[in-house]
Design a protein around this ligand. Structure first.
Ligand code: FES
Length: 121
């Protein structure tokens, strides 16, 4: 998954091989719909902060796949190997993946910390 990745009902899919008729009445979110320049989604902000973006071709796929994965696992913080597995369908020719994994891991850690604070007595 790369530039053509979208979230279909919250799950990352390849829009280029998806029949439009299967999308009727369903939620579709593109990378542009995730945030905007003034209000970046936490994953978008983390990718910028960690220097995880170079040419940008893979970034919609990376971010939307990461969002789908993190949303599917709301109660646990994934390991770096689990993050690597989650994004394994998206190829990046530029970054070497480490900064991308750093960014996703940072968002997962922030989410866990926030969840711990929200559940504090
Ligand atoms: Fe260029 Fe990933 S940033 S392909």
């Amino acid at each position: 998954m790369d530039a053509f990745t979208v979230l279909l009902d919250g799950k990352a899919v390849n829009s280029c091989i998806l029949l439009a008729s299967l999308c009727a009445g369903r939620s579709i979110v593109t990378i542009e719909g995730l945030g905007d320049p003034e209000h970046l989604h936490p994953l978008q902000a983390a990718f910028v902060k960690h220097g995880a973006v170079q040419c940008g071709y893979c970034i919609p796929g990376m971010i939307l796949t990461a969002k789908s994965y993190l949303d599917e696992h709301p109660d646990r913080t994934p390991s770096r190997d689990e993050i690597r597995e989650a994004i394994s369908g998206t190829l990046c020719r530029c970054t070497g993946y480490q900064k991308i994994i750093d960014a996703i891991a940072a968002v997962a850690a922030e989410r866990a910390e926030k969840g711990a604070q929200d559940n504090a007595p």
